[in-house]
Write a protein that binds this ligand. Structure first.
Ligand code: SAM
Length: 211
């Protein structure tokens, strides 16, 4: 419930918070998804569709799951081809092994360890055998690292009500250890932020395949 309140407020105050340019991480995912001949993509925490639009506009069948109804309203306008489900990824009932791939941008780091593991297990169930999971998360090299009180190892309350877990390379690899790893890396993601102007985030990505 806390996540709903927090994100409804953010999207209510700032609308298209991170502007209308997709993250460069979508280029990496797009080239993998094309090479692997992916057709259907599930995007948990799709926000207002900043990144989903890259996939809907290149012919993929894309379903977004988003907990904030305010974000969903924005996404309906921003990316009308997106199939949108207003729910928490933890609660949503979808057919298992339905999707060729999951693309999840900067959502996993919002949770404590128990919920991060639950999140990954849920995505694993929804992807077909042989399907792919592409995740981005904040890196421990990001400027925000160690801001606020540490509530769990490498997880900080950076603002009231907002937790961020900062991933090291090993931490990210361990989180997806049950899969076959295809690619991983660290990138500097530049964003035009509605409140703070041009901002840069250090993010890690990993792409894995379900056995
Ligand atoms: C940092 S934003 C990233 C937005 C989006 N992935 C993008 O690429 O612009 C995190 C998003 O995850 C959503 N979210 C948080 N917890 C969620 C949950 N349990 N289920 C679905 N969405 C969630 C938030 O509402 C927010 O839109």
């Amino acid at each position: 419930m806390e996540q709903v309140k927090y994100w409804d407020k953010q999207f209510g105050q700032n609308s298209y918070i991170w502007g209308d340019e997709p993250s460069i991480a979508t280029n990496i995912a797009l080239s993998i998804f094309k090479e692997k001949q992916i057709k259907s993509i599930l995007i948990p925490g799709v926000g207002y569709g900043r990144n989903s639009k890259v996939f809907t506009s290149t012919g993929f069948d894309v379903t977004g799951v988003e907990i904030s109804s305010t974000a969903c309203r924005l996404a309906q306008k921003y990316d009308p081809s997106l199939k949108l489900l207003n729910s928490s990824i933890f609660e949503i009932q979808l057919p298992e092994e339905e999707y060729d791939a999951v693309f999840c941008f900067d959502v996993l780091h919002l949770f404590l360890k128990g919920d991060r593991d639950k999140f990954i297990r849920k995505c694993e169930k929804l992807v077909k055998p042989g399907g792919f999971l592409f995740f981005t998360v904040l890196s421990e090299h990001d400027d925000y690292f160690r801001n606020g009180a540490e509530v769990e190892a490498n997880t900080f309350e950076v603002k009231p009500g907002k937790l961020i877990h900062f991933f090291s390379k090993l931490d990210l690899e361990n989180s997806f250890a049950q899969f076959n790893k295809l690619q991983e890396g660290e990138i500097l993601d530049s964003v035009s932020h509605a409140q703070h102007g041009q901002k840069e985030y250090r993010i890690r990505y990993i792409c894995v395949q379900k056995q």
